[in-house]
Design a binder for this molecule. Sequence first.
Ligand code: NAI
Length: 340
Amino acid sequence: MTFRVLISDPKIGDLKLFEAAGRSNLAFDLREIGMPADFPDDVLAACDAFCMFNVKPMGADVIDRMTRCRLLVRAGVGFDNVDLAAAARNGIPVANVPDYGINEVADHALALIMTFTRGIRFYSTRMQAGLPQGWAWDNAFNRRTYRRRVGIVGLGRIGSAFARRCQGLGMEVIAYDPYLPSGAELSLNVTRVASLKDLLGACDIVSMHVPLTPETERMIDREAIAAMRPGTFLINTSRGPVIDLDAAYEGMKNGPIQCLGLDVFPVEPADPEHPLIKAWLAREAWIDDRLVLTPHAAFFSPDAVVDMRTNAIHLIADYLEGKPLRNWVNADLLSPDRRR
Ligand code: NAI
């Protein structure tokens, strides 16, 4: 039997890349349509599985039209764009693909930190502006990382990979994650704290690695920023809405945030009219060397893209063939017997 898999991201739209996974029971339907809501009814109704590589909204208006679909896959880690309840109401399990870019994101968080602590951007732009006057080592933001305390919010797959990297540099690692089983921190040699406030007050560097949920949205707000140590370096490679950007702007302007590294934003692409971004784009002197932005690229490497695609295809093929579903993220809303 052949199953139809509808794939919604034009950027990943090379059929050969999917066929390379070698699952001959899948027929791929790649659609160059920007928003899932714009898919024609007949296309949605014909698929056995829907696989999305982007984070565009996947709401009830789309899901209700997938009358045959038996599996919805977000081929990536975050699934905050998918209406899990609407999928469950239709008897459709939702799965994610969390095992493709863990090391890339952990590297990226570390790279953002090192950009500041080693003054990489600072030195490079100064030298590029002209020599010999740009040949100067004095940079106010350089820090010794050895023995410095880094706080990890969300000690999951990426948070753990990041912790190991920091430990390799001789940093002391503290973590806040109320959902991990007791003892998880011992296997990573990490000190666990009971509240976000305890972490923020104890660390020089804070790195966010939580999923976006109602609880984590604006987790870093004015109150959280007020609890930070003066001179904190804050890094976010998780999801943009986790940090209140207005509060971060004030924290940069008036303290306590010294340096801010962001890969993700409340609105993507990043809003050039937001005061923080606007000041940075204008290269205002107060912020120029203290803010580093990347375009939701922490996951990206050619190897990660291959793994993302391959892991998604195997997950779909295995499930449609009758094997257990891996990475089922709406299982709490849908009992196995209510699945299509
Ligand atoms: P994961 O699910 O393995 O780990 C997340 C951890 O956060 C879990 O241990 C969970 O217990 C913890 N957590 C949940 N709610 C929390 C709360 N309120 N306070 C503290 N901890 C909490 O996820 P993984 O793979 O480590 O990914 C983390 C996030 O990174 C993803 O959800 C995704 O949003 C983001 N991401 C960003 C990428 C990028 O390109 N910038 C690429 C991949 C993931």
